[in-house]
Design a protein around this ligand. Structure first.
Ligand code: ADP
Ligand code: MG
Length: 210
């Protein structure tokens, strides 16, 4: 296994990862981070528990311009529970380095407080597609500065019937951006999605046998 020190990351980042007890990269991190940190589009297939959250949290936080208080990254997840986990991982990844504002926007929680939170601004949004679309329709947020979008657990989102919602969200993002897709499986429905949203994505598969 390779160590995080082999990546092109700042000393602060490496110290933080070390303090979180992240020393060696998991397989999917080792194979995807050199590309994702370099701004490439990526499709990563790896089973649950393989460390996919950090594999996209690092490129997000590394790319962020904290001085610019605009929404620069978006993560779509299938559920509120996952959105909260992702938001917490992103906050951990960035602690002691930047004062990063991460906002979750999910269904099953009151709408109005989310509108109020959005009015105070954020750097990163972690959302479920349906609730995010509601905010987009009400013009509650400015997505024109998004530089990186992540579809986490893409297979699960499609199983839950979010294909159209995902496409509608993506239509509201800038053309020029980095797209990362993470999934435990890679079947026809995902292929259809990736072929319509990414042009020259790198495909990475963790073939570790369970
Ligand atoms: P996945 O999204 O692939 O299901 P997670 O991102 O939730 O997996 O990670 C599973 C667990 O592994 C989490 O508890 C996470 O903190 C831990 N983890 C991730 N990367 C590393 C690493 N490089 N070293 C040690 N633990 C890690
Ligand atoms: Mg995950």
């Amino acid at each position: 296994m390779k160590k995080f020190t082999q990546l092109n990351l700042s000393k602060e980042f490496l110290e933080n990862l070390n303090s979180l007890n992240y020393k060696e990269m998991t397989k999917i991190q080792e194979e995807s981070l050199p590309f994702s940190l370099d701004g490439k589009d990526l499709i990563a297939k790896a089973k649950t528990g393989s460390g996919k959250t950090l594999a996209f949290s690092l490129p997000i936080v590394n790319k962020l311009d904290v001085k610019k208080f605009k929404i620069q990254a978006l993560v779509l997840t299938p559920t509120r529970e996952l959105a909260n986990q992702v938001a917490s991982e992103i906050r951990k990844t960035s602690r002691h380095i930047h004062n990063v504002k991460v906002l979750t926007l999910c269904g099953g929680t009151p709408f109005k407080p989310q509108v109020a939170s959005l009015s105070h601004g954020a750097h990163i949004i972690v959302a479920t597609a349906g609730r995010l679309l509601q905010h987009i329709h009400e013009s509650n947020l400015d997505l024109s500065n998004i530089e990186i979008v992540v579809l986490d657990e893409a297979d699960k989102m499609l199983d839950m019937g979010f294909y159209d919602d995902i496409m509608k969200v993506l239509e509201n993002l800038p053309q020029k951006k980095q797209t990362l897709l993470f999934s435990a499986t890679y079947e026809d429905n995902i292929k259809k999605l990736t072929s319509s949203i990414m042009k020259e994505a790198i495909f990475i598969e963790d073939q570790t046998i369970e």
